[in-house]
Design a protein around this ligand. Structure first.
Ligand code: AMP
Ligand code: MG
Length: 420
């Protein structure tokens, strides 16, 4: 960590001993970005259905016990337990939502439905299937242990307990959990406003015919898809050709109205890559060459108050750098308490060509064989082969220490499911 400002680093990269923008490790780049991220502070009160995917701005404390009364886990008979009990008299019925009002005494029981309140005096429920009905009485065929089949008040949540913490991203189960507490509205962080555009003279939007040398802009669609999964407010600013004045106008407009601006293309040092000069003029932006493949060039910094991410233009590089740097940064800016992305170790079935000294994110297919999960790398690993991202279901993460691999070795994988 450093106290050096973005401006110092952008104008004089040699101001820090251990900072070399041309040889950054993946972890170093992540750590660098993280120190400049301050989460949004504005909040809004939302109905629980509207809050799916949003970040809690407050702890949720249970106002009551859940369940708030002892209740039956089975359809059966509630009775007062005693050793060797056999014949019990039925004195009434308890339905879910319609309790039995009286008291159960020794050798008495109440016919009870799942979810109904355990009547006063009773402490145990015997399943209906373990009894034989004899008119006003039941014969207990197999007595349960004392306390069986009773769900205790507060066994799910206790009154006063912190149920969900500030910084938690609300999931489907949480909406139900909030409802189970009777909570109708929750305070969440406001949505992050994210703008993005593609840069490049060769790019054409879908719906128009392609001329010689042109390609369709795919990055705007992958970026749109990746952002949609994060529950941020998205502004798609289109394709901007490699013209300095247009790029400048789009960049500044975007930065003035959004928390984050993402561009793809134009951050390497090709002749028509004007973004770098523009960012030097208006922003405090760091240009890195990361020891990784795919996705070597990456720019991060600030333009006005907006965070800026300049992703490489090659379609796979765009996605990999988004997942490895931008996604976590956006979650932190949203105010989420971020946990590391899960990694698993599995056997790799093929050999892998890999140079030491950089981290590779190869695309792989995770599959099951005789009860064991294994991974097979895709044969085409080029940074322009977007179909590799569609065919794959995981990244094979090979760190800087790893070189060529023989079939059968164990490798780290990050499944797409959940993240992608
Ligand atoms: P650049 O980073 O601008 O030098 O672009 C690197 C490569 O990615 C070039 O082959 C570009 O044509 C391609 N590329 C850049 N932007 C896009 C995009 N939005 N969609 C598809 N390919 C792109
Ligand atoms: Mg370009």
């Amino acid at each position: 960590m450093t106290n050096t400002t973005l401006k110092q680093l952008a104008t004089n990269p040699s101001c820090m001993d251990d900072y070399d923008p041309n040889a950054m490790s993946v972890q170093q780049a992540r750590t660098f970005i993280q120190q400049f991220l301050n989460p949004v502070v504005e909040t809004e009160l939302l109905a629980i259905r509207e809050s799916l995917g949003r970040i809690l701005a407050e702890d949720i404390v249970s106002p009551s016990n859940v369940p708030n009364h002892h209740n039956s886990a089975m359809d059966g008979f509630a009775f007062k337990y005693s050793e060797g009990i056999k014949m019990i008299k039925i004195i009434g019925t308890a339905f879910a939502g319609r309790p039995f009002e009286g008291e159960v005494k020794a050798s008495e029981c109440v016919k009870i439905m799942t979810g109904a309140v355990i009547p006063k005096g009773a402490d145990t429920v015997v399943m209906q299937e373990k009894t034989v009905n004899k008119g006003e009485y039941i014969n207990v065929l197999e007595a349960p242990k004392q306390g069986s089949n009773v769900r205790l008040a507060g066994e799910d949540l206790k009154s006063g307990e912190t149920v969900l913490s500030k910084g938690h991203q609300l999931q489907a189960a949480d909406l139900g959990l909030l409802a189970s507490l009777g909570v109708a509205k929750v305070l969440v962080n406001r949505q992050l406003k994210v703008a993005f555009f593609s840069t490049g003279d060769e790019l054409v939007s879908v719906g128009k015919p392609l001329e010689q040398g042109q390609i369709y802009d795919s990055n705007r669609y992958t970026i749109y898809g990746m952002l949609s999964q994060l529950n941020v407010h998205i502004s798609d600013l289109g394709v901007v050709p490699d013209q300095p004045d247009l790029l400048e106008k789009t960049l500044l407009d975007a930065a003035n109205h959004h928390d984050v601006v993402i561009t793809s293309g134009g951050v390497s040092v090709g002749e028509a890559d004007y973004m770098k000069a523009l960012l030097g003029k208006h922003g405090q932006v760091l240009f890195w060459k990361i020891n990784m493949k795919p996705g070597r060039p990456l720019a991060y910094g600030k333009v006005s108050h907006a965070h800026y991410f300049g992703l490489p233009g090659n379609p796979v590089s765009t996605m990999v750098t988004f997942y490895q740097f931008v996604r976590q940064a956006l979650l932190l800016l949203m105010g989420k308490t971020v946990e590391p992305t899960p990694m698993f170790v599995v056997e790799c079935t093929e050999s892998i060509k890999k140079a030491k000294g950089r981290t590779e994110f190869q695309r792989g297919i995770l599959f099951e064989e005789k009860g064991l999960w294994k991974v097979k790398p895709l044969s085409s690993q080029g940074s322009g082969i977007l179909s590799s991202m569609s065919k794959a279901n995981c990244f094979i993460v090979l760190d800087e220490t790893i070189g060529d691999c023989e079939p059968g070795i164990h490798v780290n994988i990050q499944p797409f499911e959940g993240a992608i």
